[in-house]
Design a protein around this ligand. Structure first.
Ligand code: SF4
Length: 213
């Protein structure tokens, strides 16, 4: 199986996922930070709190005292770390003169700038670039690794940049395809190719070397 075939089979089985669930690019940025190590439903609760208080914009978040902000984002867990990361990204956005200006940077430069923010790793940076800035960078995560290993697309340890390069070498840069593929991988990992996989229900069982293992 090749990477492209995996994408096509998942798309045919699950249909378009239309990620990311957010009303604005800034909401995607906030979601990308808050979703680190937590389920999406917890992120939604935190974002709803920020919306209810009318502070879902970089300037308002920067002006909000830490103790108030901490309580609002508490549902997303790791709230001390996430508070610092959120404020650091908001500062970056304000320093660049707004999200549009920041996102007008070329992809590689934008990625380096985001990665220079403490606590923003490649997965978060790429999620922001792909889903908020609409630039074609592929987002890798642990689910990608699990599925690629099982399908024989990848061998060995988790290597974010290596897996990203593999995908980008087999699927030419395309924002919509990269958005869908990442979402489909996560959907497949949560619904069928779980830690304990449900191979009998899997659309890949005919081509998977690990079926039933
Ligand atoms: S056949 Fe089983 S191990 Fe292989 S991709 Fe499907 S669920 Fe995962």
């Amino acid at each position: 199986m090749r990477v492209r075939e995996l994408y096509e089979k998942l798309l045919a089985f699950y249909g378009p996922q239309n990620w990311w669930p957010a009303e604005t690019p800034f909401e995607v940025v906030v979601g990308a930070i808050l979703t680190q190590n937590t389920a999406w439903r917890n992120v939604e609760r935190a974002i709803d709190n920020l919306k209810r208080e009318g502070i879902l914009d970089p300037e308002s978040i920067l002006k909000t005292p830490d103790d108030v902000l901490r309580e609002l984002i508490r549902p997303a867990g790791f709230y001390n770390q996430k508070l610092q990361r959120l404020k650091a990204v908001c500062k970056l956005i304000v320093d660049y003169g707004g999200l549009e200006k920041l996102f007008s940077l070329p992809l590689d430069e934008l990625r380096s700038v985001l990665l220079s923010v403490k606590g923003i790793g490649p997965e978060t940076a790429d999620a922001i670039i792909l889903y908020a800035a609409n630039k074609p960078t592929f987002v890798v995560d642990r689910y990608t690794h699990r599925i690629f290993i099982r399908l024989g697309l990848w061998e060995g340890k988790y290597d974010y940049e290596g897996i990203k390069k593999l995908v980008e070498s087999e699927i030419p840069p395309d924002v919509q395809t990269y958005k869908e593929f990442h979402a489909l991988i996560d959907e497949h990992a949560k619904r069928i190719c779980r830690k304990k996989p449900l191979c009998n229900s899997c659309p890949l069982r005919d081509v998977c070397p690990r079926v039933g293992v």
